[in-house]
Design a protein around this ligand. Structure first.
Ligand SMILES: C[S@@+](CC[C@H](N)C(=O)[O-])C[C@H]1O[C@@H](n2cnc3c(N)ncnc32)[C@H](O)[C@@H]1O
Length: 330
């Protein structure tokens, strides 16, 4: 059981300030500051950990669930996970995001828990249009978008996926900046040659993915800390638009389609300032949020599947250096 007494024992807290006296807290509650920000929620005095009407928003800070977005799954050290549908959530403010880094479902029959990855191609593009519209609204005017998608699709009928999605994004209002080729260096054993040693109907397959770089209105970034943390070597290497690093193991991560941490890490350091807010609307195993932790950015991740949210949370707690929190008194 977590009590205000326990909280007080572990933290230096001020005596109840008069402006908070009127709340219905059963015992005096502490007023805490975290990273200089007052936590003004009603920290309740006597809380049963299993009580569903309360939610843990930070280490040892528990607030009434009613005062928090219903879809908030995890919130600690400027990292938030929402278990919700990107098409429906009301929890992300418009014009609030500096950079989106994401890899949506590719519609290539991957067995996700809560998403059908075998849509008709037309339906897939309609779904794409809907979530791209939402992302456009979430971005600041100088906000940017790193979109990891396939170059094309060969199975189940050839499709120019990158060209089609880029065209939709531009119709929505996004501006095109450039495309990075991600060479996964995955020389898999090919079996689909089409017509072997014949010009009748050969298949050409490019074993790469792309990261399309888009922006909302202005490419030049004017908001934010203006503090960059990219090294000279990284800048010179990464501004060459062919990136060579391996993919991530599904088995090791426990998710059917993770991208490697290196992908969001490069995008974040190259395209955002320290302290910026980064969004991944298709969070999966949480790679983008781990990269946010490593680079001192605020991170927001959304996934429709609760198990993937839990996986992302566990990765952040174990690999993301979220352990000790220091609270200052008011
Ligand atoms: C390609 S995976 C993302 C993998 C992620 N980049 C990683 O490193 O683990 C796509 C994710 O989108 C999620 N998803 C599918 N439809 C969604 C929706 N409508 N809203 C939010 N998440 C969705 C799936 O559950 C899946 O985890």
């Amino acid at each position: 059981m977590l009590t205000a007494k326990n909280i007080s024992k572990n933290l230096k807290v001020s005596k109840k300030p008069s402006k908070y006296k009127k709340t219905a807290s059963p015992v005096p509650f502490p007023v805490l500051k975290h990273n200089g920000t007052s936590l003004k929620h009603n920290v309740t005095g006597l809380i049963k950990e299993q009580d569903a009407s309360y939610v843990e928003v930070d280490k040892q800070i528990i607030v009434s669930r009613a005062s928090y977005p219903a879809d908030l799954y995890f919130n600690r050290n400027s990292i938030q996970i929402y278990n919700t549908d990107i098409l429906k959530t009301e929890s992300i403010k418009k014009n609030s995001i500096d950079l989106i880094v994401t890899s949506p479902p590719y519609n290539v029959d991957i067995q996700y828990n809560s998403h059908n990855d075998t849509m008709d191609y037309g339906d897939y593009l309609s779904f794409t249009k809907k979530w791209l519209e939402r992302c456009y609204d979430f971005l600041k005017d100088d906000g940017r978008f790193c979109l990891n998608i396939p170059l094309d699709k060969n199975k189940g009928g050839q499709q120019s996926v990158c060209a089609d999605i880029t065209t939709i994004a531009k119709q929505i209002g996004f501006k095109y900046h450039s495309t990075i080729i991600w060479n996964e260096q995955n020389i898999s054993r090919r079996t689909a040659w089409g017509s072997w040693l014949s010009a009748s109907a050969p298949y050409v397959i490019a074993p790469v993915e792309v990261i399309v770089i888009l922006y909302k209105k202005e490419w030049k970034k004017t908001s934010g800390s203006r503090k960059s943390d990219i090294t000279k070597r990284e800048f010179m290497e990464w501004t060459n638009g062919v990136w060579n690093f391996s993919g991530e193991s599904k088995k090791r991560i426990g998710h059917p389609a993770p991208f490697p941490l290196e992908l969001p890490r490069r995008c974040i350091k190259l395209f955002s300032f320290v302290g910026d807010t980064i969004l991944d609307p298709f969070l999966g195993s949480g790679s983008t949020l781990l990269a946010c932790r490593q680079t001192d950015r605020k991170g927001i991740g959304i996934d429709i599947d609760k198990k993937y949210c839990e996986l992302a949370k566990k990765r952040i707690l174990t690999e993301g250096r979220i352990n000790q929190l220091k609270f200052d008194t008011v």
